[in-house]
Design a protein around this ligand. Structure first.
Ligand code: ASP
Ligand code: MG
Length: 406
């Protein structure tokens, strides 16, 4: 029998009614003759509620216990869903990530999947059962500690399981109709994208399009698992993320992100080794540096600016200040009121002039660009946080994405 892995996000399983609705969907697929493995998220805002509860009980860091707590969210959903499916007369069994053989690194809160054994999943399928797996979690085989994969991690569980089980596709059920040309909450006439390449989706997801966790797209690309992002509320087609799509869009979509901060180190001596001595300690501290801009040197010194996730800005500032003192730089400043707007399209590989067009649109909208970075299929600009949404709206019109489903 063919096999599909379906993942249901938090809003799709937010209450008892929705869980029963999801059970019916799964049973329909099963009765059409497909084996189903369902990966579930915590109900509604369950993960946030557990996090708040932990913070209420203790202000200290408890990485092992926090992961133990957070994995409970998905376990609630998985067992309730198994009950609802059984009530519809179809055999079903739920498994925790650990029981499903999802082996990870030991880094609590950000563990990475290293291997999936999936023995009990296969056994369940062989017995004709629908198998439900708790998303977002695994186990470190060395310490036997339970781990979580980072926010949004159930997407990664689903795509990785699809590849381990040799499923033909992975369906990600969510509360929106698919991937859009921009965030529909910001751009009213954003258009659902029918097909997008792994490469483009990876850029959009990494730039803040919340609909898929970037690591899940990486798995999809690495093992060539087509991902269908679709609504759990109706049967319509969503967005296919796959290797090739028919149309090579110059601009496929826009993503934005307001949770970055800009750190600037002033008057750094312009000598070999300075960049290394600044970014090495940041890397050692586990800080994810995104954009880096170094100004042209004058008077033998230069300014270096870079962006980091807002939650890492205090640590980044402390690390940068230590280096600045060491190398005799002028000082360090942090600006948390920045945001990033990113346009992505596979056609940029061959079509020139998109960057110039983007800068013109932003300029016409009176938006100042603070930093720029590019890849062969992406252009990102850092702008004032308050102008991020107007930048997205201006670019959506100015780059011709309105009403242009691809
Ligand atoms: N429940 C987890 C979260 O809220 C994982 C997920 O939903 O993918 O991040
Ligand atoms: Mg999600």
């Amino acid at each position: 029998m063919p096999l599909v892995v379906q993942k249901y996000g938090g809003t799709s399983v937010a209450d008892a009614d929705r869980i029963r609705h999801v059970a019916r969907r799964i049973v329909d697929t099963y009765k059409e003759g497909e084996n189903v493995v369902a990966v579930v998220s915590a109900m509604g805002d369950g993960t946030d509620e557990l996090l708040a509860l932990a913070r209420d009980v203790s202000q200290q860091d408890h990485p092992r216990e926090l992961d133990m707590l957070l994995t409970a969210g998905e376990r609630i959903t998985m067992s309730l869903l198994a009950m609802a499916i059984q009530d519809l007369g179809v055999p079903a069994m739920s498994l925790t990530g650990s029981q499903a053989g999802i082996l990870t690194t030991g880094r609590h809160g950000h563990a990475e999947i290293v291997e999936i054994k999936a023995m009990r999943v296969r056994e369940g399928l062989d017995e004709g059962k629908v198998v439900i797996v708790a998303g977002y979690q695994g186990v470190d085989p060395d310490t036997k500690n339970v781990t979580t994969l980072g926010r949004g991690g159930s997407d990664a569980t689903a795509v990785a399981l699809a590849s381990a089980l040799g499923a033909g596709r992975c369906e990600i059920y969510t509360d929106v109709d698919g991937v859009f040309t921009a965030d529909p909450r910001v751009v009213e006439d954003a258009v659902k994208i029918d097909g997008i390449t792994f490469e483009e989706m990876l850029e959009l997801a990494s730039a803040g399009a919340g609909v898929l966790m970037p690591r899940s797209v990486e798995f999809g690309r690495r093992f060539n698992i087509p991902i269908h992002v679709r609504s759990s509320f109706h049967d319509g087609e969503g967005t296919w993320v796959k290797e090739d799509v028919m149309e090579e869009a110059v601009v496929r979509g826009i993503a934005h992100n307001i949770s970055e901060a800009k750190v600037t180190v002033f008057a750094v001596p312009d000598t070999p080794g300075i960049a290394a001595s600044l970014f090495e300690p940041l890397a050692t501290a586990g800080i994810n540096v995104d954009m880096i801009v170094q100004n042209i040197s004058h008077d033998g010194t230069t300014d270096i600016s870079f962006t980091v996730p807002t939650e890492a800005s205090h640590l980044a500032k402390a690390e940068a200040e230590a280096v600045a003192a060491d190398v005799g730089a002028g000082g360090v400043s942090v600006d948390e009121r920045v945001g990033k707007v990113t346009v992505v399209g596979i056609g940029m590989k061959t079509e020139s002039g998109v960057a110039a067009q983007m800068f013109r649109v932003l300029s016409d909208a009176g938006i100042n660009i603070q930093m720029i970075s590019t890849s062969p299929i992406r252009i990102s600009c850092v702008v004032d946080q308050h102008q991020v949404e107007s930048a997205v709206r201006a670019l959506h019109v100015g780059l011709g994405l309105e009403g242009s489903s691809s």
